[in-house]
Design a protein around this ligand. Structure first.
Ligand code: CAA
Ligand code: NAD
Length: 300
């Protein structure tokens, strides 16, 4: 059985059965790292074709990981891929994912959709189930405002690409219990991440700092101070970043960038987050980055 008591002792904080709601870019990565760690995973998505796509991308990313981990042992590599993949179930019905230790939500970045989902799950899930959101920019307190188990709710903010990026931000809402927080930290470690903790603040740690950086890069380019290529080279070779700000914007998606800046501007009033005409123009033109084939650069 998987019923465990999280309130008595930190040593009992073992999460073995996990549901990921939303099998897109982030959800599929989260499901992968949990399955790789030996946990049983259920992915829920409203669209069956997205579940199929998630399974395909997880399979190929597992092969990548296996090749690296078991360099000289093809049999072990194959076994690792098979075992991890077999731990993942998929479904379009939310009820199939309700009875687990931890539910991580990675659906669209819309407050009402997230609130509605957690209300449903609050009724369906057993007492001990912990809920978490992978939101990048919405308040954790607002997402859980309509549910009863606010003490068993927090943010688990992963970074793209999930299997590669080593960080997990654990976000503490106002009502999270110490036992839930400790269980989240332990789970993050169990899936191979280094966890940092942040209060429920706009952008948390990483996006709050990346926001002004990317906004300032856009303004620099808008003013014509330097070319986007040179700004990218500058930050890679001069600051050791793996990607320059324009490569990163294309990678993350310009719509996502625009939305994150907008939310941080509304919530903080800090002029560093003020709307950037160039960014708005490009989003209107559908130049969203890698996913649409063109952003600051062209992709094929
Ligand atoms: N799954 C599994 N492995 C992957 C992968 C994936 N999806 N993508 C890349 N990899 C692996 C590769 O196999 C490779 O492994 P080895 O070096 O061990 O062989 C390694 O990652 C590097 O990949 P590449 O050689 O293909 O490319 P790269 O060296 O340019 O690295 C990158 C790619 C990891 C994406 C790197 O460019 C990078 O770190 N970029 C910055 C990413 C970043 O800042 N992400 C955070 C965005 S903000 C966010 O996510 C939060 C939010 O709320 C929006
Ligand atoms: P995505 O569009 O790739 O995936 C979202 C998935 O959720 C889709 O497959 C969609 O069909 C599904 N979905 C939508 N509503 C649903 C519902 N009610 N029930 C079940 N499934 C539903 O999006 P993504 O980039 O993976 O982002 C997901 C979440 O992660 C967002 O909250 C986003 O802010 C956050 N996030 C994104 C990034 C990033 O770099 N893309 C990084 C960190 C966090």
């Amino acid at each position: 059985g998987h019923v465990r008591n999280f309130s008595s002792s930190p040593s009992l904080n073992v999460i073995q059965n996990v549901t990921v709601v939303g099998g897109g870019l982030m959800g599929s990565g989260i499901a992968q790292v949990a399955a790789q760690a030996g946990q049983n995973v259920t992915i829920i998505d409203v669209k069956p074709e997205l579940l199929e796509k998630a399974q395909k991308s997880i399979k190929s990313n597992l092969v990548r990981v296996a090749k690296k981990t078991f360099k000289d042992d093809a049999a072990k590599a194959e076994q690792f891929v098979k075992d991890s993949f077999d731990r993942i179930k998929v479904s379009t019905k939310i009820e199939d994912g309700a009875n687990v230790d931890l539910i991580v939500e990675a659906i669209v970045e819309k407050l009402d959709a997230k609130q509605e989902l957690f209300k449903k799950l609050d009724d369906l899930s057993p007492e001990h189930t912990i809920f978490a959101s992978n939101t990048s920019s919405i308040s954790i307190n607002e997402i859980c405002s309509g549910i009863k188990r606010k003490d068993r709710f927090g943010g688990l903010h992963f970074f793209n690409p999930v299997p590669v990026m080593r960080l997990l931000e654990v976000i503490k809402g106002d009502d999270i219990s110490e036992a839930t927080y400790q269980a989240m930290m332990a789970w993050g470690k169990s899936v191979g991440k280094t966890c940092i903790t942040c209060k429920d603040t706009p952008g948390f740690v990483v996006n709050r700092l990346l926001g002004p950086y990317s906004a300032e890069a856009l303004r620099m380019y808008e003013r014509g101070d330097a070319s986007k290529e040179d700004i990218d080279i500058g930050m890679k070779l001069g600051a050791g970043y793996p990607m320059g700000p324009f490569e990163l914007a294309d990678y993350t998606g310009l719509d996502t960038n625009k939305f994150a800046l907008q939310v941080m501007y509304e919530k903080t009033g800090n002029p560093v987050f003020e709307p950037i005409p160039l960014l708005h123009k490009m989003v209107e033109e559908g130049k969203l980055g890698i996913k649409t084939g063109e952003g600051f650069y062209k992709y094929n």
